[in-house]
Design a binder for this molecule. Structure first.
Ligand SMILES: [Mg+2]
Length: 181
């Protein structure tokens, strides 16, 4: 199978690092669970969208982003089982190098640049399955859809939209293994 995998908040914990950074910089106590939609600035009244979004461009930010537990082991397992794994990410041009060096290749050293696809139009990519926390990346795609639970998608009815909701990489592995049979 060709397994397509999102990066932010699917194989790493961008939101957690982002909220920590904004909290530290502006003396707030917001938790990840308070980010209930795609707008990370919403739980920060008094801060501008720019103030909240600029922190991810600060030097050294991506060094603080940690992998999602079990993600590396799972991707390695899929590759060892003979599947092709591609990271499909809508990464901004400005963040690309730091993000790949400090997160992807640091925690997923068995992946190469040939397995990275950068696009905001994931529906144009051909694969058997996409694992993603972004509903907008799964809807309309010509692949089987695994929705990785995140605070912003927790009230979405995945089953009604032909998606399989998972809460961890531990849950993903048997789902993918069953598809491969
Ligand atoms: Mg994502």
């Amino acid at each position: 199978m060709i397994i397509l995998v999102d990066m932010d908040d699917t194989i790493e914990q961008l939101l957690r690092a982002w909220v920590n950074r904004v909290n530290k910089k502006y003396g707030r106590q917001v938790t990840v669970d308070e980010v209930t939609d795609w707008n990370v600035a919403a739980p920060y009244p008094g801060l501008t969208r720019k103030q909240v979004y600029d922190v991810i461009s600060e030097k050294g930010f991506w060094k603080t982003v940690e992998p999602m537990p079990g993600a590396a082991e799972a991707l390695k397992h899929f590759m060892d089982a003979g599947h092709e794994v591609y990271i499909v990410t809508a990464t901004n041009r400005e963040h690309l190098q730091e993000k790949m060096d400090e997160v992807l290749f640091r925690y997923f050293p068995f992946l190469t640049w040939d397995q990275v696809i950068v696009t905001t139009r994931k529906q144009l990519i051909r694969g058997d399955v996409l694992i993603d926390d972004g509903i907008h990346n799964l809807e309309g795609g010509n692949y089987r859809k695994i929705l990785f639970t995140a605070p912003h998608n927790r009230y979405y009815d995945a089953a009604a939209h032909d998606m399989i909701r998972v809460n961890s990489w531990e849950e993903i592995v048997p789902v993918i293994d069953a598809m491969g049979i």
